[in-house]
Write a protein that binds this ligand. Structure first.
Ligand SMILES: *Cc1c(COP(=O)(O)O)cnc(C)c1O
Length: 403
């Protein structure tokens, strides 16, 4: 007989009892957040340099987002995609005005956005070039999500192995190697998926030349270039879109994470000639683009797209890098990234460091076995950066030399 938990508890064994074991969660129970800070049930405060994995771009419980959510939830929370709602229509227009795109499709997550992009790419190739042009190229170190097609594009053996057979027709090329990509992308390729800055794969920035070369290869072979900006988009790198650092535009772009201001929302943005291949009945979602997440997203986009805001992200990114440089040595091999999406490659395993930082009240992420990943809220304060780096310097120094 299943036991029902009746009393509030912080016992992680009790908390985990009836949830599937898909995560190794530390013994912390968060109850509330504000700005760059989270509080647990014992009222201990944590500085959050994870932003809920790049989701809480404006920090926790931003008052304008809270108001937008409450207002919309009090008027209409769901009507289904069988009908028009103003929120989705306005958000689509605002995303298109702020990007290369003419049309948006809304869904609920990054993986779903990539699933939709796969379907658009395959249908587009079939409609324009006929059957047989169905191969997709992705890159070493990629992460595109955990659903079937998204997982098939994700270069992580441990994530894929238990679930084979995956979606067929996917080939991988080395990230950053244009010549090798040129030998994989060909007449049968319908789409090339790339993260302008790889996140989970270790915070690796694609060079402008690499992205430009991919666009040329795609144009030559009639393939669609898909930028997965689920993590690096929406101001994270100091530009509204990460691809703006290169000046290269994609045919499709996928978004999620920060988009919904903490609520689940994903999007695929497309140029008109690509978007038109999706006709009524081709693709659908019950929840995608609901009025509540869309109103939250309108606040996020409006605030993040302001030039002053993006300049602030850039300035905080420089400060963070500068402070990391001051720590020097202490096992740091390399600092990579753009804006407030930084990876610190270490000479040793990163997980013990993540745990020690959390014990000292700082939340940070890993990206692979040896890379520390910093994703603070985009409106993080300078003294919060200083505080975080004090803790990091401390845990790096105490951990240095040991394994
Ligand atoms: C997180 C992530 C995804 C998957 O998003 P979910 O919302 O977890 O499905 C896809 N692509 C990139 C680059 C991501 O960082």
């Amino acid at each position: 007989m299943p036991t029902v938990q009746e009393e509030p508890t912080t016992d992680t064994e009790v908390l985990a009892r009836h949830q599937m074991s898909t995560y190794t969660r530390p013994p912390v129970l968060f109850e509330r957040g504000r700005g760059s800070w989270l509080w647990d049930r014992e009222d201990k405060r944590f500085l959050d340099f994870t932003s809920g994995i790049a989701v809480n771009a404006l920090g926790h419980c931003d008052p304008e987002i809270v108001r937008a959510i409450a207002d919309q939830a009090g008027r209409l929370s769901h009507a289904s995609n069988l009908f028009h709602t103003e929120a989705a229509s306005l958000l689509a227009g605002e995303l298109c005005a702020a990007s290369f795109a003419d049309r948006a499709f809304f869904c609920n997550s990054g993986a779903e956005a990539n699933e939709a992009a796969v379907k658009i790419a395959r249908k587009h190739a079939r409609a324009v070039h006929g059957p047989g042009k169905d191969e997709i190229v992705a890159f070493r170190g990629s992460f595109h999500g955990r659903t079937a097609a998204a997982l098939s594009l994700t270069d992580r053996e441990a994530y894929q192995a238990p679930f084979r057979p995956l979606v067929p027709g996917v080939a991988f090329a080395p990230f950053g190697d244009l010549e090798a990509a040129g030998s994989v992308i060909g007449p049968r390729t319908c789409a090339v998926f790339v993260e302008p800055v790889q996140g989970e794969g270790g915070v690796r920035v694609a060079s402008p030349d690499f992205l430009r070369g991919l666009r040329e290869l795609c144009d030559r072979h009639g393939a669609l270039l898909v930028f997965d900006e689920v993590q690096c988009g929406l101001g994270r790198t100091g530009r509204l879109w990460a691809h703006q650092h290169s000046g290269v535009e994609p045919h499709l772009m996928t978004l999620a994470k920060a988009l919904g201001g903490g609520l689940p929302l994903g999007a695929v943005l497309a140029a008109a000639e690509v978007a038109e291949v999706l006709q009524p009945g081709d693709h659908a979602t019950t929840f995608g683009g609901g009025p509540v997440p869309c109103q939250a997203a309108r606040v996020v986009l409006g605030r993040v797209a302001e030039p002053g805001f993006l300049a602030y992200v850039e300035a905080m990114g420089h400060l963070l890098r500068h402070r990391l440089g001051e720590i020097g040595g202490a096992g740091i091999v390399e600092v990579r990234g753009l804006g407030l999406m930084l990876g610190v490659e270490l000479d040793r395993a990163v997980q013990p460091l993540v745990d020690r930082a959390r014990d000292r009240g700082l939340l940070v992420l890993s990206a692979g076995p040896k890379v520390l990943r910093l994703l603070p809220p985009l409106n993080v304060l300078a003294d919060e950066v200083d505080r975080a780096l004090e803790v990091l310097a401390e845990v790096l120094r105490t951990g240095s030399g040991s394994c």
